[in-house]
Write a protein that binds this ligand. Structure first.
Ligand code: FAD
Length: 451
């Protein structure tokens, strides 16, 4: 008898509870990944390339026995189950709006073969944590208290040898095996793919930066954060593994746990309120006046290209292109700038992020944007407008971050780099600010007050 282990956003062999389930039910398992055009097309080059590299690493861990097929999973998985006579199909539950719909369709088409959901990509699965009356939390702090109290499982002790893998060549019929697609040469320099790379990066972070994480996590000029987001996105590592390694109660570990909790919180909000991926969570903002038309498009383009004339904003937007990643503090700053200084809709910015980010992830991205726009759950109040200059001066105090990403300003020393317009000779090839922050802040507040 055979089981199917269907990998999705869990491209790893360690800490894999679905392996234990599959091994308990069947003598051997077929490992499969479905290239689903509905997920691949909107992913952007960086995420697709990272996914393909991660699949190659997984295939290698499985001794070349990962079967990759292409198409609609609701067709491919049942066909495959019939071809190998599978008694069960094993997955980690998907809680995104598309994933849950897809899995219901697969379940139906499996027609009696059981779809066994074990675990999720989160420390605590969405839906588990509610208020005592069953209502979802809309505010982070009480959610995080309940999350800590609920706790999470210990990592599962698995590796590739936990399961006896079937050679896909033995299957008789069913969907055709395809090659893992080639890299798409994204313009950004991507992090190394694979479980070993994730583990090395994590070990280095714990060793060198965890203790100071709480103090330095807001500094884009320092390598002070873990860079685990991309590995978490594709499940190359599970958050449980990270939480188990944190140990102690110190400020660093506590602060890191809070960030993992934020990831769970936003997944939970999306689970209970799927419309918040596309629409203002707080519907009162549906009536706020936003800019559109040619001049708005020009400003949007300047923002995308890192030519706003605000050095910290431009450095961040260029980091996004250069690394397919942006520091969290700067994600907040550029989002605030787009919404409050340029008066553009948050979803335009969110879409640009989703196109370029290698860690682009619907719940964290859409809710991060709604937080910064002031339209979300537990959001920064709309009237709190980030100052794009002060954000730079506070969090990039020597200006190193700006000089790294904005070569036109590379020769400007120290924090003066945050206000090039004040220099005796501003660099000729760097633009003047495209807006007057003070005036636009006032404008944003007036539009808000008009609601
Ligand atoms: P660390 O500081 O090392 O944090 C550890 C982990 O905690 C992260 O890997 C991440 O999984 C989680 N985390 C940290 N901060 C947040 C947060 N604010 N919200 C949710 N989870 C968090 N994160 C994504 O993974 N994908 C996105 O598409 C995404 N888009 C964002 C858009 C905006 C406008 C904002 C403000 C934030 C967004 N974030 C997103 C959250 C955060 O910026 C990134 O998770 C973080 O910068 C990743 O770097 P790191 O792994 O070094 O973080």
């Amino acid at each position: 008898d055979t089981a199917i282990v269907w990998f999705r956003r869990d491209l790893r062999v360690h800490d894999q509870p679905i392996f234990l389930e599959a091994a308990a039910r069947a003598k051997r398992s077929l490992a499969v990944f479905v290239l689903d055009p509905r997920l691949l097309e909107p992913s952007g080059k960086a995420r697709r390339t990272f996914l393909f590299r991660s699949l190659r690493d997984l295939d290698e861990s499985l001794g070349g026995r990962l079967l990759v097929v292409k198409g609609d999973p609701a067709e491919a998985i049942p066909k495959l189950a019939r071809a190998v006579g599978a008694g069960s199909v094993h997955v980690a539950a998907d809680f995104g709006p598309y994933g849950r719909e897809r899995d219901e369709a697969v379940e139906k088409a499996l027609d009696g073969v059981e779809l066994v959901r074990t675990g999720s990509p989160y420390a605590v699965a969405p839906g588990r944590i509610t208020k005592s009356d069953g209502e979802p939390y809309k505010v982070y702090t009480p959610f995080s208290r309940a999350w800590t109290q609920h706790g999470w499982r210990e990592p599962a002790d698995t590796d590739a040898s936990t399961v006896d893998w079937m050679d896909p060549g033995e299957k008789d019929g069913g969907p055709r095996k395809v090659k893992i697609p080639d890299d798409e040469a994204p313009e950004a320099e991507l992090p190394a793919a694979g479980e070993q790379a994730a583990r090395d990066q994590w070990a280095a972070f714990v060793d060198e930066h965890l203790t100071d994480y709480d103090d330095l996590r807001n500094r884009p000029d320092r390598p002070a954060t873990s860079r685990m987001s991309v590995y978490l996105k594709y499940g190359v590592v599970h958050p449980r593994t990270l939480l188990a390694d944190l140990g102690g109660e110190g400020k660093g570990p506590t602060s890191f746990r809070n960030e993992i909790c934020f990831r769970d919180f936003y997944a939970s909000v999306l689970w209970f309120f799927p419309r918040s991926a596309r629409e203002n969570f707080d519907t009162k903002f549906d009536r706020i006046t936003l800019d559109s038309g040619e001049s708005a498009d020009e400003k949007f383009q300047a923002w995308q290209e890192g030519r706003t004339g605000f050095p910290a904003i431009d450095a961040a937007m260029r980091q996004l292109r250069g690394e397919a990643w942006m520091h969290n503090r700067m994600r907040m700053a550029v989002a605030s700038f787009l919404v409050k200084d340029l008066h553009l809709p948050w979803w335009r910015g969110a879409r640009h992020f989703m196109e370029l980010l290698v860690d682009g992830d619907l719940p964290s991205n859409q809710h991060g944007w709604q937080w910064a726009a002031g339209t979300g759950t537990d959001a920064a109040p709309y009237f709190r407008v980030f100052n794009p200059v002060t954000q730079g001066e506070r969090f990039d105090p020597q200006g190193d971050y700006v000089r790294r990403w904005v070569p036109e300003l590379a020769d400007v020393e120290g924090k003066k780099v945050h206000q090039p317009w004040k220099l005796n000779e501003p660099p000729a090839d760097y633009p003047a600010p495209i807006v007057d922050h003070k005036a636009e802040r006032q404008e944003a507040l007036e539009r808000f007050n008009a609601l």
